[in-house]
Design a protein. Structure first.
Length: 158
C-alpha cells in the first residue's frame, strides 16, 4: 500500500494569487516552514524551506478571504509534480502541495477584543467541505458545519 500525504505548518509568504476559470477557482501561495538546530560545537542554525501551495474550489475561496501574508496555517494535501516549457523552450519542473485541508492557526481578535478560535476547512474527494464552529476552548466542542450549503463566506466561523 502507498499513499501521497503531506502535512505542513508554517507561515504564508505572500497573499494568495487567485485565478478564476469558467467553472472553477484556484488559489496559489507560498508557505515557509522553518527548522532550528545547533550543530555540534556551533551556533544555532535556522533552515527555511519554501513550499508552493495550491487550493481549488471552496478552499480557494476561503484562502482568498482569510489567508494573508504572515498567516500561520496548517496544510494537509498531496504532492503534485508538473512541468512546462518556458518562453525560451526550456523544460521547467514544479512541485506543489495540492491542499485537501487548510487550518488557520493562532488567534485573531474579534470585534469586542475577545479572542476567536482558529478555523479549519476541508475538501474531500466527494466535494463536501467542513469547518468547525467556534469553540469554547476545548477541542471536544468543535462542531462541523457543511459549507456547501452556504452561498457566502460571511457564514464562516473564522
Amino acid at each position: 500500500m502507498s499513499f501521497n500525504k503531506v502535512i505542513l505548518v508554517g507561515n504564508v509568504g505572500k497573499d494568495p494569487e487567485i485565478r478564476r476559470f469558467e467553472n472553477n477557482i484556484k488559489a496559489s501561495f507560498s508557505l515557509a516552514t522553518s527548522e532550528t538546530y545547533t550543530p555540534k560545537g556551533g551556533d544555532k542554525v535556522t533552515q527555511t524551506e519554501w513550499h508552493n501551495i495550491v487550493a481549488w474550489r471552496r478552499l480557494a475561496e476561503i484562502a482568498e478571504n482569510y489567508i494573508r501574508k504572515g498567516s500561520q496555517i496548517l496544510v494537509e494535501g498531496k504532492l503534485r509534480y508538473r512541468s512546462y516549457d518556458d518562453r525560451d523552450g526550456n523544460k521547467k519542473y514544479i512541485v506543489e502541495v495540492e491542499a485537501d485541508t487548510i487550518q488557520l492557526l493562532g488567534r485573531k481578535p474579534d470585534g469586542q477584543g475577545q479572542q476567536s478560535s482558529s478555523g479549519q476547512a476541508t475538501q474531500n474527494n466527494g466535494g463536501s467541505y467542513s469547518a468547525p464552529s467556534q469553540s469554547s476552548g476545548s477541542p471536544d466542542n468543535n462542531i462541523s458545519e457543511d459549507l456547501t450549503t452556504h452561498d457566502t463566506a460571511d457564514d464562516l466561523p473564522f
